[in-house]
Design a protein around this ligand. Structure first.
Ligand code: SF4
Length: 376
């Protein structure tokens, strides 16, 4: 039987985010590793590889596709209530022990991660998104940066159909990949996992490319929201949370910061699940650092008002939520506070269009429409 690696090498095409070098080497720019890859070898992500002096990249499949409320991504300042058609491929440039998407992200590293690739076309994915009533198409579940050529093919089709596009990413980017994405990606969520370089090295990366990516994303006009999964004993000290919050605030106090609860997952089963008190403490640190929109996530109904959006000027309740469910929406058609008229940063619809789903679901006809498993 063919290995997963062999199966995936049938689903590739020549990439765009690379340059040819001397002696058959290539340099990949899709993520902050900037791998210099000799002929016949894989990059760190194990899904991009050099063959004959050309870089080959994933193409023409998904490992999962699902309809999520946009609040799950999470985006709280972008089209509240919208359905986000979400797709992912396989692989990641990091290897976080607590990854909640490890079945897809670690499929090339961990034989326990089984998620068969399924053939797909950009047209088929977008058709399905439209049939489901999605407003947004999202590249997620694996690290989208490492599969950017495919994401852009899907997004070009999505834009032509009037849809919004988004990345849910670890933020380990490069200037080259951000320039490549800018015309086609509207919303960008970054996981800021720590403010210690040694922690990032434990996860397989470096901190500096992530911080540079966050700054550049904001400068370039992507709508950015940041999430920190607060893991007890890993990144939950007051000092580290304060440095993260101060960094985000230095980029812009208008960037929403989501502090979310860890639960035991994958290889990280040692730390206790994050308590609501810890999230409330983290949120307080964010606000003290000047952030105007701080949210607590993953433990609905247990963090008081930290799931809602308030006007930072007059404190009017603007979006009321429990978990992924939008209970009330009071922004004006132009995205201002209905109380005082202050502009609220974000990407807002002209009116609240209701919510198709407040829990994730699989499009039930997908197996008939676009999906045929690769032979292994
Ligand atoms: S995507 Fe990142 S890890 Fe993969 S080959 Fe390119 S630079 Fe290396």
């Amino acid at each position: 039987m063919a290995t997963l690696q062999q199966v995936l090498q049938k689903a590739v095409r020549e990439g765009e985010l690379y340059e040819k070098m001397e002696r058959g080497f290539v340099r990949c720019y899709a993520c902050g590793h900037c791998c210099r890859i000799p002929d016949g070898q894989l990059g760190v992500c194990k899904v991009r590889y050099n063959q004959g002096g050309k870089l080959f990249v994933p193409w023409g499949y998904v490992a999962s596709a699902q309809c999520d409320p946009i609040e799950k991504k999470p985006f709280f300042h972008a089209y509240p209530g919208a359905l986000a058609y979400s797709f992912g491929m396989l692989g990641c440039d990091l290897h976080c022990g607590y990854c909640q998407n490890w079945v897809t992200s670690q499929a090339l590293r961990d034989p326990g991660a089984v998620s068969p690739p399924l053939r797909a076309t950009p047209e088929g994915l977008v058709r399905e998104a439209l049939q489901q009533g999605a407003k947004v198409v999202v590249s997620t579940y694996n690290e989208p940066l490492i599969t950017s050529e495919w994401a852009l093919a899907v997004f070009k089709e999505a834009r032509a159909a009037g849809l919004i596009t988004a990345y849910v990413s670890n933020g380990n980017g490069t200037p080259q990949v951000l320039e490549y994405l800018r015309p086609w990606v509207d919303l960008y969520k970054v996981d800021l996992k720590s403010f210690e370089d040694r922690h990032y090295r434990e996860l397989g990366g470096r901190m500096q490319p992530i911080l540079e990516t966050i700054r550049k994303l904001h400068e370039m006009g992507f709508w950015v929201e940041i999430v920190t999964l607060v893991v007890p004993g890993f990144n939950d000290s007051n000092d580290e949370l304060k440095r993260m919050a101060e960094f985000i605030s230095s980029v812009s106090p208008d960037i929403p910061w989501h502090v979310t609860a860890f639960h035991k997952d994958y290889k990280m089963t040692g730390p206790e699940n994050t308590s609501s008190q810890t999230l409330v403490r983290a949120a307080g640190i964010g606000k003290a650092a000047g952030l105007r929109f701080v949210y607590a996530g993953n433990i609905p109904g247990r963090t008081g008002e930290l799931e809602n959006t308030y006007c930072p000027n007059c404190h009017e309740l603007l979006v009321e939520r429990v978990g992924f469910h939008v209970l009330d929406y009071r922004l004006t058609a132009t995205g201002t506070c209905s109380g005082c008229g202050a502009g609220i940063p974000g990407r807002w619809a002209a009116s609240f269009e209701g919510q198709i789903a407040d829990v994730p679901y699989l499009p039930k006809f997908q197996k008939f429409d676009r999906i045929r498993a690769f032979r292994r």
